[in-house]
Design a protein around this ligand. Sequence first.
Ligand code: GTP
Ligand code: MG
Length: 195
Amino acid sequence: MKVTQAEFVISAAAPHQFPQDALPEIALAGRSNVGKSSLINRMLQRKSLARTSSQPGKTQTLNYYRINGQLYFVDFPGYGYAKVSKVQRKKWGELIEAYLREREPLRLVLLIVDLRHAPTEDDCLMYDWMQHYDIPCLVVATKADKLPRSKWQKHIRLAQQTLGMPEGQQPLLFSSESGLGREELWSYLVEAIHG
Ligand code: GTP
Ligand code: MG
């Protein structure tokens, strides 16, 4: 898809702030610092529209980006950052749960994991939770540029097995640094939106 227009819309801290125009939404979940915002920027070929953080765990809002007036990317706050308070963690859980369970325009959740490491316990919880509620989910393994190509397949399998993905499904290989996987991911997103 050719991105002609991309704009930040809102940092939503509560459901009443979610956009009302019913455009399809693609959400991005993953642990803090895994590369969610960088992936959005790479998909849009914009250097820093989505804020990449030097302060993990800081933002507790859902950040909406409108693309070509056709869809939204919804950037979630990352999970798993140790220094987040209990109160903040609870707030995160409530906002995400409200969104995932009740958000009608949600078409697909991209679960972003780090290709270099096995998915964490939090990644597995997130994945299981989405399976349980029948939320369409695509696992994307990013930061591929940080591993030699010869190790990609082994690590893709590791992620697939750790998450317990069904046979025949595997994470999509991605790099925000090199753009690897960008076209394939756009095809998948277009299908999820129109299909
Ligand atoms: P939170 O918003 O805190 O949850 O983090 P995030 O998941 O949005 O991660 P972010 O995109 O801010 O990236 C974190 C760091 O990883 C930044 O320093 C990025 O430059 C780096 N990074 C992200 N993706 C890649 C990638 O594909 N390759 C490389 N080499 N670095 C990456
Ligand atoms: Mg981010």
